[in-house]
Design a protein around this ligand. Structure first.
Ligand code: NAD
Length: 490
């Protein structure tokens, strides 16, 4: 019998009275792992009100005390590192190595948030006028809702949760309904940590659950990571309700390869970027633009590397790439490949109709490379979110940068070269918030903001590090004068 997932509200596990539960399937085997409730608005209301009730006492808990809970969480996550990683692979399909990398980054965010006593410090100016002082303090905002996508079920909640609670807020996490199991495991650990009731809460569900969070008056801050159409919806609806919002959206990440790029390193790194996590990363390389004849080396090299990738169940040793998340996603990706071919692209490697022995029911594609994709076509413009690398070939760096900047997204752009001058020009001119120079997945460390631009991001402050601290606090400026005997001595 598949596990029935629960919500965690006010320090207790609760079975939702939802009318509908969805099946959560292992994408490598199609086996039902769990069922997840589509929590109705009435239960969201209760969770939000209880989180708000917990806020005043948690806010008054000193920051050095609040972070003790996070130190304990870090220790528990280290202890359960393998279980959490396996859970990510089971529900998401990515290789165990990728899942371990994901949980490692989750823990790094806990570590950074342990610095809150320093990161939350304010400013003080003495004598802004005679006998008058002025200072700025940071106070938490209240209840935060954290809405997450399927592709990093163990990491993305941690871009926000540790900072939110370290800053003195209470929080409600809403995992993806397609990959909700890892957060269930994480909340078992949070329960052991022993946060006061109502500080950390887990509410499962889909669009209606999210909309109830966006509309709820008890919630002050909303963070979102997911696709661009939903990000735009979250940003407009939550901000229309007076909340502070940051919404990270989709991506279409280009990498530029110059003829002086190191062949072996570039091939290895671009292959991992395009096909790791079956291309279901918001930082996946999805378009490789070769410059001034670099295609002569890199089309065959990338094709060979793609053919050599081992595709299979991510839990098995030696597997580089797992399945995509659902049969619908697989069908959509295969149809986009066909559209690309119909538009005139050349199939260098065609990964459709993959058959993985022993996993005939899994949602597998093999890596696909399409060359000479037309600039306005579907492969050049659409976020495919699957193991498909489009390739285009241009004569100059300026043309390549113009192509990069013509896209609607701005999550990541990378360049591969041995020329510092070319790299500097690219870094300076590329319209993207995360830049890689001889790096294929330019994922910012936990102490840097995850800086999407353009249609990859709606808001001003991003996830992680100092941005998260600013997002989860509001500033209060005090101008202060004291009258009395002592003031006359100045
Ligand atoms: P998604 O937009 O389908 O879902 C994300 C969340 O939104 C889920 O929790 C879901 O329940 C909720 N949701 C879905 N439709 C909704 C609606 N109509 N109204 C309200 N809520 C709704 O995204 P996904 O498929 O889970 O994740 C993949 C997407 O996330 C890709 O586009 C990827 O690029 C993006 N992503 C972006 C980043 C980034 O940092 N920019 C990171 C990871 C993933």
């Amino acid at each position: 019998m598949a596990e029935k997932l629960l919500n965690y509200v006010n320090g207790a596990w609760r079975e939702s009275a939802a009318e509908r539960y969805l099946e959560v399937r292992n994408p490598a085997t199609d086996e039902v792992l769990a069922t997840v409730p589509l929590t109705p608005p009435g239960e969201v209301d209760e969770a939000a009100r209880l989180a708000l009730a917990a806020f005043p006492a948690w806010r008054r808990t000193p920051a050095p005390t609040r972070i003790q809970y996070l130190f304990k969480l870090k220790a528990l996550m280290e202890e359960h590192f393998e279980d959490l990683s396996r859970s990510v692979t089971l529900e998401n399909g990515k290789s165990l190595a990728d899942a371990r990398g994901e949980i490692r980054r989750a823990i790094e965010n806990v570590e950074v948030a342990c610095g809150i006593p320093t990161m939350m410090m304010g400013d003080f100016s003495e004598d802004v006028a005679r006998g008058i002082d002025e200072y700025m303090i940071r106070q938490p905002v209240g209840v935060a809702a954290i809405i997450c996508p399927f592709n990093f079920p163990g990491m993305i909640p941690f871009w926000y949760l540790p900072y939110a609670v370290a800053c003195g807020n209470t929080a409600i996490v809403k995992p993806s309904e397609r990959c909700p199991i890892t957060m269930q495991r994480v909340f078992r650990l949070l329960e052991q940590v022993g946060f006061p009731p109502g500080v950390v809460n887990l509410v499962n569900g889909g669009a209606d659950t999210v909309n109830a969070l966006l509309d709820h008056p008890a919630i002050s801050a909303v963070t979102f990571v997911g696709s661009t159409p939903v990000a735009r919806h979250i940003y407009s609806r939550a901000s229309a309700n007076g909340k502070r919002v940051q919404a990270q959206g989709g991506a279409k990440n280009p990498v530029i390869i110059l003829p002086d790029a190191d062949p072996a390193l570039t091939t290895r790194i671009v292959t991992d970027s395009a096909f790791g996590n079956a291309g279901q990363r918001c930082l996946a390389a999805s378009l490789a633009i070769t410059v001034a004849g670099a295609e002569k080396t890199f089309v065959p090299a990338l094709a060979e590397a793609a053919r050599n990738l081992v595709v299979g169940n991510g839990l098995e040793p030696g597997v580089h790439m797992g399945p995509v998340i659902t049969p619908q996603s697989k069908a959509r990706i295969e149809s986009l490949i066909q559209q690309g071919l119909d538009e005139g692209a050349e199939a260098v490697v065609d990964g459709r109709n993959a058959r993985i022995p022993g996993y005939e029911r899994g949602y597998f594609l093999r890596p696909t490379i399409l060359s000479d994709v037309p600039p306005g076509g579907v492969i050049a413009r659409t976020e495919i979110f699957g193991p498909v690398l489009g390739m285009m070939h241009v004569d100059t760096v300026d043309e390549a940068i113009a192509l990069v900047n013509s896209g609607e997204y701005g999550n990541m752009a990378c360049v591969f070269t041995s020329s510092g001058a070319a790299a500097r020009k690219f870094r300076y001119e590329a319209d993207a918030g995360n830049i890689g120079i001889n790096i294929g997945v330019a994922a910012p460390m936990a102490f840097y903001p995850f800086s999407g631009w353009k249609n990859s991001f709606f808001g001003t402050l991003h996830a992680q590090g100092k941005h998260a601290v600013e997002f989860f606090t509001q500033t209060k400026v005090v101008v202060e004068r004291w009258l009395g005997e002592w003031s006359r001595t100045f």
